[in-house]
Design a protein around this ligand. Sequence first.
Ligand code: NAG
Ligand code: NAG
Ligand code: NAG
Length: 449
Amino acid sequence: MVRFTIESVLSAARSRLYAFQPRLDGYKQFGSRRNQLPKHAQIYGIAAVIFLLLFTGYSFSDHFTAPTTAPTIYEAGIPGFNVFRNVWYNNQTFHLWDPTDAAMPVEDSILSPRTKAVVHTEIPIKGRHVVYLKGASLLINEKAGDEWSGLWHYYHFAAEAMLGGLTAFSIAESVERIESPQAYLPVVPDRLIIPWDSNWHDRWGINPLMVDALFDDVLEPEQWGKWREHDNWIFFDQLIIVDRWAAHRYNKGTQAWNKMSVDIFERPHPFEFFAPVRQRLMKHFGFHEHTSTIPNVVYVDRQSSDRRLVAEHHEALVALLRSRHERGEIKFVHAAWENHTVIEQFHISADADIMVGVHGNGLTHEMWMTEKATLVELFHPGVFLRDYQAVAHVLGHQYFAVWNDTLHTQAEWEADPGEKMSWMTHSGTEFPLYVPFFETLLDRLLAGV
Ligand SMILES: *[C@@H]1O[C@H](CO)[C@@H](O)[C@H](O)[C@H]1NC(C)=O
Ligand SMILES: *[C@@H]1O[C@H](CO)[C@@H](O)[C@H](O)[C@H]1NC(C)=O
Ligand SMILES: *[C@@H]1O[C@H](CO)[C@@H](O)[C@H](O)[C@H]1NC(C)=O
C-alpha cells in the first residue's frame, strides 16, 4: 500500500530523479525533455523539484501531464457502476469531454451529491499540467455527500462496492478488448481510490489486509485532500466510479432487495472474471490451491454471536460433518472466525469447496472460494435476504438457501421479490436446522448432482 511519508517521497524522488525518469508510485511525468538539458540546468532542476517536494506538500500539479487529448469514452456500466476512459477531475467535479454531447449517462446515475459530472463538447482544459493516474483506477465515491457509507463493514466494502466495481470493469474490458468475452480474464485495476471516507477499515481489520493484497496503489482521503488543497487537476486513463446511492436511485433489483450490487452482478460478465483477483490475494499471502480430491467442507460457526443455530442442531451438524470426515468422505474444517487470524480466514475460505453457515458477515469470505465451490446459507424459515446469494451468483458459486428442513428456491424468491423477515436476523431468535435434511443435501453435493 502506498504511504506518502516524507522519507518515502524523498527517497523515491532521489532515486528516480537521478535517472531523469521522475515517477512517484505511478504518478508519472510525461513530455519531459529534461534529459536533454545541460548539466547545470539538470542540477538546478533537481534542486527545484526537491524544493517543491519539501514545501508544497505532495503537490505535483505542474509536473505530471496527461499524454492524451482524446475525448471521454463511456465504456460500460449501469447506474452506480460506470466505467470511462479519459476523465478529468478537479474540485469535486468529474469532467467528461463528449464532442457529441449525447454519449454520457445522466449525472445522478454516476455520482451522488457534492460530486458533480460536467460534460464538455470541447476539451475541458488545455495546456495545463495534471496529475496523471495511469491505467485503471477503481474509485469508490461513498461518503461524497452526507449519505450513509458502508465502507466500515467488510461485506458492504468488499462484496458490494469493490466487487460491483470489479464486475463493471470486467464487462468494460471484455467488450472493449476481445471478441470472446468468455475467454478473457480482465486484470485487477491498478489502483483503488477511496477519496472521502477515512473510516473504511472494518473492526476486524479485514478490509485493509485485503486491499493491501490486491492493489499496488491506494489513494485515501488524506492524499486526495492535498491535491484538492493545491487545486490540482487529475487525469484518469480509465476510471471505474462506484456510487452506492446512484445504484439505489435507479436500479430495480437494488430497490427491491435493498442490495447495492444485485443489478450489476446480474449483467452478463466473463465467467471467472474474479479469478485474477482471487489469485492475487492467494499469491500475496503465499497460499496454494488445495490439491486434495476430498471436498473441503467449511462450517462457519457463529454460535458465540446472537445469530446462531439452536444449540442441539449445531451439535448435530458438527457431529455429522465430523463423522463424514472420519470416514474420509470430506475434510471438515470447523471455523469460528474469531478464533483465526484474518490471513487464516482467507486461507480457509480459499481452500473451501463447500461453505456452510448461518446468514451473516462471516459468509463474505465466500469471495475467496473458487468458481467451482458451493455456498449453503442457513436461515430461519421465512427469512431471506440476497446478500450472499448475489455474491455467489456473480462469482459462479452454486448456492442453496436452507429453511430448516427445506430449500428456499430461486423460483420461490424470484416470484416474491424483497427481503423477508430481516428483523428476525437481529432478534436473537435461534435458527433451526433439521440436520437429516442437510445430510441429504450434502450427499447430493458430494455425489456432484
Ligand atoms: C470549487 O467549487 C466550488 C463550488 O462548486 C466553488 O465555490 C469554489 O470556488 C471552487 N474552488 C476552486 C478552487 O475553484
Ligand atoms: C473458539 O475459541 C473459543 C474460546 O477459546 C472456544 O471455546 C471454542 O471452542 C473455539 N471454537 C472452535 C470452533 O474452535
Ligand atoms: C424443522 O423441521 C423438522 C422436520 O421436518 C420439524 O419437525 C420442525 O418442526 C421444524 N422446525 C421449525 C422451527 O420449523
